[in-house]
Design a protein around this ligand. Structure first.
Ligand code: ACO
Length: 333
């Protein structure tokens, strides 16, 4: 169906906190090794949000970069959509805190929580407001402080996660670029394989955790791994089929950065070489919904993306959730 308007990414921005946690530092915290972590995940280091710093700070800094990159002022933003599963507060929402920190005083503000798939869910939400003519400029910011919900005594999870923020400005475009197709899904039946309790925890969730550490990540790693390996390729194929586009027309895939072996499995199933799969997890770890917009900002800054390039973004995460998006790059550089 033809939409009245098209929505394209006109600006990107990202922040990785200055403090780093390397594999060798983790060796002195839990029984693990640099060799095991690299071989099983591909991760060498991750960035950690400093104590006492709100997540909203890096979310706002990434947002300001994206707004400047789009050649706009904060006052031009009409809607802020923040995706996070680690907000500073239940209320105010992260999006309202970003509004305050950026001075985007004309914007409405809402949060989305789809764990690591949050950016794709936010993109699909934001594009609607542009395509139906409600707004011209929507800020999407995905920010996570997973280190704050990590049990650093649990070697099965603490080596995987990091912190960071990535933002894009989605604007009305008057050419053939922009969001083409988005595909979203969820498997709530399997939500118990990856949990972070907050105000309630089931008996099983309490049993799975070290005593007294209720509000931390617990994950059945191999269940999530199996799901991720399958869904990354299936969701990619689905969005291509729905758009009537061939894989050969796509320049890069930007997958959620969880584990290098998941990316390799997806590449194999899709018959795509690894040089078309963007990856930065070696020095970020898994930063949940922030991972795709951080990758987009990096790739844009490196000059890898040119106006007219087709890209796919694909993610899976807690919930369980999954999603993929096909987009034609709108920025000149
Ligand atoms: N260091 C050393 N040994 C370890 C470590 C570690 N950090 N972690 C686990 N091991 C051990 C295990 O105890 C096990 O030992 P055992 O055989 O004696 O019991 C052995 O290594 C193998 O463990 P597996 O769990 O089978 O290891 P696997 O190769 O599956 O890798 C991993 C585990 C990395 C967690 C993998 O399953 C994975 O990446 N899963 C997906 C995680 C993911 O993508 N999560 C996304 C979450 S998204 C979100 O929304 C937050």
């Amino acid at each position: 169906m033809m939409k009245p308007y098209r929505a394209g990414i006109k600006g990107t921005g990202s922040i990785l906190p200055g403090k780093k946690l390397t594999n060798s530092q983790l060796e002195s915290i839990v029984e693990t090794s640099d060799e095991w972590i690299i071989k099983r995940t591909g991760i060498r280091e991750r960035h950690i949000l400093e104590d006492g710093v709100p997540l909203a700070k890096i979310a706002a800094e990434a947002s300001v970069k994206a707004i400047n990159d789009a050649g706009l002022n904060p006052a031009d933003i009409e809607l802020i959509i923040a995706s996070t599963c680690t907000p500073d507060y239940l209320t105010p929402s992260l999006s309202c805190m970003v509004q305050r920190e950026t001075g985007a005083k004309n914007a409405a503000a809402l949060d989305v929580n789809a764990a690591c798939t949050g950016f794709i869910y936010a993109l699909q939400t934001g594009r609607q407001f542009i395509e139906n003519g409600t707004y011209n400029n929507v800020l999407i910011v995905s920010a996570e402080a997973l280190s704050r919900v990590t049990d650093f005594n649990d070697r099965k999870t603490c080596v995987l996660f990091g912190d960071g923020a990535g933002a894009v400005v989605l604007s009305k475009v008057d050419d053939e670029t922009g969001v083409e197709e988005v595909f979203l899904g969820a498997v709530g039946d399997d939500g118990n394989v990856l949990t972070i309790p907050l105000l309630y925890a089931s008996d099983i969730d309490v049993q799975n955790r070290n005593q007294g550490k209720k509000q931390v990540i617990w994950m059945d790693g191999s269940e999530v791994f199996t799901f991720a390996s399958r869904i990354m390729s299936e969701a990619t194929k689905k969005v291509l089929d729905n758009a009537g586009t061939e894989m050969e027309q796509v320049k890069y895939i930007f997958p959620h950065q969880a584990n290098m072996r998941i990316l390799q499995n997806a590449a194999k199933r899709l018959g795509v070489s690894m040089d078309r799969i963007y990856s930065n997890l070696e020095y970020t770890g898994n930063i949940s919904s922030a991972s795709i917009p951080v990758c987009l900002d990096e790739a844009s800054n490196k000059g890898l993306l040119k106006k007219g390039d087709k890209i796919i973004m694909v993610a899976f995460g807690g919930g369980l959730t999954y999603g993929s998006a096909l987009l034609t790059w709108s920025k000149q550089h």
